[in-house]
Design a protein. Structure first.
Ligand SMILES: O=P(O)(O)OC[C@H]1O[C@H](O[C@H]2O[C@H](CO)[C@@H](O)[C@H](O)[C@H]2O)[C@H](O)[C@@H](O)[C@@H]1O
Length: 893
């Protein structure tokens, strides 16, 4: 997307129209910031990546201070996943630039911060967020690592002494840090051109702060760690705010379907939101905004790894490892030395394997790299100690059997486990990965874990098969994997030995099978994995997320949005540009001018508030309806309800001239113009319908009873001509499954019956075929209108209808709106009047030059109506306005 304009004109225009949802003050602040930086609005599409740690390596280097203006040396960290995204983004999306916004690994003192910021911006397209040591400590160490990281990995802090207990001060730190990151984004954002992509559990509130500033900001979010089951997540005291934070993004990405479904289950159970699949994509409807839930596991930078295989450092190390492990199968683990990595479980399984098969002791070596831990806790120390103990025991027990043990790099002998307990460089890792016969991942939880991907790539070798022959390449393209089923990448690696890391027998068994794997099988498994991994690279992942964000937000410019809710409860309501709040005063003015009106008014949720109990009309409402029905310009005033006849009779028996529609259009009671009270209910369905209803009811009743019994909290509402299975008080997920099942069940058994089965919001409705609230629309506005509208003999206006209002709040009312639309757009035979000047109600077709049509839904939600009113109070106010207007008109004018 490009836009050409001179800067000054552009800025002026922006101030007049500050762009997608931003306030003018925001824009002024942004322009001032740009001016201070000496930049102007960049007009090319850009992806702004926001992450806790910028993809930079830094070290203190006072020597170069003078030249740089600060005492730090920086370089891009090509191993960072955030750095690796840029190639994919620039090559496979329409974005032309990437800007990174995030924290730094070390504290930069206040006096150097401006110089560092300027330098990073100029040289690396990076914008640092300086939180300060205290806030950083609360945010990262306290809340992220102390509380959130364990929670997302299913660990609840049961002990009161646990460092992982929820701490309000740290939560405040989390909140403040998210706000600071958001402020930095706002400072650098060009909302018309930028896509913001927020990363990981450190920044789950950021989309809320961002959307508060720009209602239609284009914001994606990706969670790198697991999203736990709702049973775990709901223990989080601020769960709703965090969910709302994610929902303020346009695309929320996860590595696996399991994480996505846990998130969806939380939004359903904790926020009552519905989700659906649209053309294969999952989406949540959040106040009119569609939030896409994307499942797209990340990948590795295949090209860099394939190049890395030939780096002199890798080649040299590989040669050394080959010599060291010659004649043995190398099992390799590379993990952070953290509690969830299951390193001790892996070693326990290895111990079991050797105890069952001591003959393997000189045939296999387990190399375990333990990179430094990122967290710290008592449990971690215990786990680490356990690892050291097992390694010692294993080497003592099996290391020297008959002198068959491996030789270590320093010439020591006797080890069946090589523990490398320190940080490793990529070259070192590549060397190890390329000599390993089997990679072993036994993490008990891990968002994705890219080690297997790196391993397969290194086993594939350099791009050119001829490269590196001096070093023994090409290697046979063989590999095997032992993978914990609790790790994100397990689902995409179908050729791995999948294990439950807690089941030591299972893991030991997999190790045994991997040890004996034939070359042919290792080749076949390798090929299958490689095919997937080299297609699903980190670049592919990044581009796929950004393209989804673009797809979803392309129409943003047209949406009408406004903010709702305070603080972190903030959300944006988005509406179709044609869907607007009804101007009740203008509508009443139209009403006053009209000569022949049709009013179709729903009852529950429209004239009275929606409730789970019966709400009767009060005296004021009845008197207004009486006045409307008595007005001779009102050719029809009809209460269109799903209620039963008896109930409507009870409520409206004293409103002369009102027409009643019961059970969604099965029964109709015509208006009693003379007030004699003699009108009877008429069936609006073909003769014989009652018989057919009896037949299908016999089938449906026992089935509904069965679902009612099996689904705690559900109930059956029986209206005679229709039946409803309602699960609003049942478990939402179970209710939905049962509803789907019930739909399938009913559709199969009712195939020959005259009956409609359809799903509604938390219910399934079964009703006689053809019964709908569209029927009164056809009666009053269709060919036979003369039979149904107020006759001239009762004071009715001659000619055609010039004012139509249909108003209601639920799904059944949508049928009425659609029928009005259809009749007005195709007026053949309809009674609508053609007049000469347009009116403020929706102008439906060129054929009706003067016709006011108001289809109004109650409550802001997707609807076929063109207008909305917020609630039944607004509807009653509208009715008041009508009667007041009606009274001021003399019948003869
Ligand atoms: O310790 P943090 O700074 O909070 O970082 C947490 C971890 O982030 C990275 O791992 C996560 O993202 C990976 C890529 O999506 C995924 O493979 C992994 O499963 C996630 O945990 C980082 O690679 C880890 O070292 C950090 O511990």
């Amino acid at each position: 997307m490009r836009r050409a304009a001179s800067t000054s004109m552009h800025n002026l225009q922006e101030l007049v129209n500050p762009g997608p949802g931003g306030t003018m003050l925001d824009r002024i602040a942004q322009l001032e910031a740009e001016e201070a930086r000496g930049t102007s609005v960049d007009q090319s599409e850009r992806v702004v990546i926001v992450c806790n740690s910028l993809p930079l390596k830094m070290r203190h280097d006072p020597e170069g201070s003078e030249e740089r203006g600060h005492s730090w040396h920086f370089e891009m960290d090509p191993d960072s996943i955030y750095a690796q995204t840029s190639v994919g983004i620039l090559e496979k999306t329409s974005a032309e630039k990437v800007l990174w916004i995030g924290g730094l690994g070390s504290e930069v003192e206040l006096f150097e911060q401006d110089a560092v910021a300027e330098d990073l911006r100029d040289r690396f397209s990076c914008v640092p967020v300086f939180l300060g040591a205290e806030l950083k400590d609360k945010h990262y160490k306290g809340f992220c690592k102390g509380f959130l990281w364990p929670l997302m990995h299913y660990v609840l802090p049961m002990s009161p002494q646990s460092a992982g207990r929820y701490n309000k001060v740290n939560w405040q730190g989390y909140l403040a840090a998210n706000k600071r990151f958001a402020d930095k984004v706002v400072e650098h954002l060009s909302p018309d051109y930028d896509f913001v992509w927020v990363h990981d559990y450190h920044l789950m509130l950021l989309p809320t702060f961002l959307r508060k500033r720009y209602n239609t900001v284009r914001c994606g979010y990706f969670l790198h760690c697991p999203f736990p089951s709702s049973e775990i997540f709901k223990t989080f005291p601020n769960r709703d705010l965090v969910l709302r934070g994610l929902l303020n993004a346009d695309v929320v990405g996860f590595h696996t379907f399991d994480y996505a479904r846990h998130f969806l289950s939380c939004t359903t159970r904790l926020l009552g939101l519905n989700h659906k699949t649209e053309r294969g994509a999952l989406a949540i409807d959040y106040y009119g905004r569609s939030v896409s839930v994307k499942i797209c596991p990340t990948g590795v930078d295949v090209a860099r790894l394939q190049e890395g295989i030939m780096w002199p450092d890798s080649v040299q190390r590989r040669q050394a490892y080959r010599a060291q492990f010659e004649g043995r199968k190398v099992f390799l683990g590379v993990d952070d030395f953290d509690v969830f990595k299951g390193i001790e479980l892996k070693l326990q399984a290895f111990e079991l394997l050797l105890s069952q098969h001591p003959e393997l002791a000189d045939k296999i070596v387990m190399v375990q790299v333990c990179n430094p831990a990122r967290g710290d806790s008592r449990e971690l120390q215990e786990v680490q100690q356990e690892v050291f103990d097992i390694v010692e025991r294993l080497n003592a027990t099996y290391g020297s059997i008959d002198g068959r043990s491996s030789k270590t790099s320093d010439g020591e002998s006797g080890k069946v486990v090589e523990l490398i307990n320190r940080g490793t460089t990529l070259a070192e890792r590549i060397a190890l990965l390329s000599v390993a016969d089997c990679a072993v991942v036994t993490a008990t939880r891990d968002g994705m874990n890219l080690l297997p991907y790196e391993y397969i790539t290194c086993r594939q070798g350099p791009v050119s098969v001829d490269a590196g022959t001096a070093d023994g390449y090409p290697l046979p393209r063989q590999s095997s994997l032992i993978m914990s089923e609790f790790v994100g990448c397990s689902s995409s690696l179908s050729g791995a030995f999948r294990v439950n890391p807690w089941n030591t027998d299972d893991v030991a068994d997999a190790m045994y099978r991997a040890a004996l794997l034939s070359g042919g099988e290792a080749e076949a498994r390798h090929e299958r994995h490689w095919k997937y991994i080299h297609e699903h690279t980190v670049g592919y992942w990044a581009a796929s997320n950004i393209n989804e964000l673009k797809r979803l937000t392309d129409g943003n410019g047209n949406a009408r949005c406004y903010g709702l809710g305070f603080g972190l409860n903030f959300r944006v309501v988005a509406m179709d540009p044609d869907f607007r709040a009804m101007d009740t005063v203008a509508c009443a003015a139209d009403y006053g001018k009209a000569k022949k009106r049709v009013l179709l008014i729903d009852y529950d949720g429209t004239l009275v508030q929606a409730a789970s109990y019966d709400v009767s009309p009060d005296a004021e409402l009845l008197s207004h309806l009486t006045a409307l029905a008595a007005d001779p310009r009102n050719a029809a005033v009809c209460v269109v309800s799903g209620r039963e006849r008896k109930q409507l009779d009870n409520w409206f028996r004293n409103v002369p001239g009102i027409a009643l529609l019961a059970e969604h259009g099965f029964w109709y009671k015509p208006p009693d113009w003379s007030g004699s009270g003699s009108k009877d209910w008429q069936m609006l369905v073909p003769a014989g319908t009652e018989e057919t209803i009896k037949r299908w009811r016999e089938i449906v009743e026992p089935i509904l009873d069965q679902y009612h019994d099996a689904t705690d909290g559900s109930l059956i509402r029986d209206k005679g001509t229709s039946m409803i299975w309602d699960y609003r008080d049942a478990d939402p997920d179970f209710g939905q499954w049962q509803a789907k099942e019930l739909m399938d069940h009913l559709e199969s058994v009712l195939v020959n019956e005259q009956v409609d089965v359809f799903p509604g919001h938390n219910h399934v409705e079964i009703k006689a075929h053809g019964v709908s609230k569209a029927t009164p629309v056809e009666m009053f506005l269709g060919e036979n209108w003369e039979i149904h509208l107020r006759p001239e003999s009762e004071g009715g206006t001659p000619g055609k209808v010039d004012f139509v209002m249909a108003i209601g709040d639920d799904r059944s009312d949508e049928e009425m709106f659609m029928a009005v639309d259809a009749l007005v757009l195709n007026p053949e035979g309809a009674v609508v009047q053609k007049m000469s000047c347009p009116m403020p109600g929706k102008e439906k077709s060129k054929g009706h030059e003067h016709l006011s049509v108001y289809c109004v839904t109650v409550g802001q939600k997707p609807s076929k109506a063109d207008f909305y009113l917020d609630d039944s109070d607004d509807v009653v106010q509208l009715v008041r306005n009508f009667t007041a207007t009606g009274q001021s008109q003399s019948p003869s004018t």
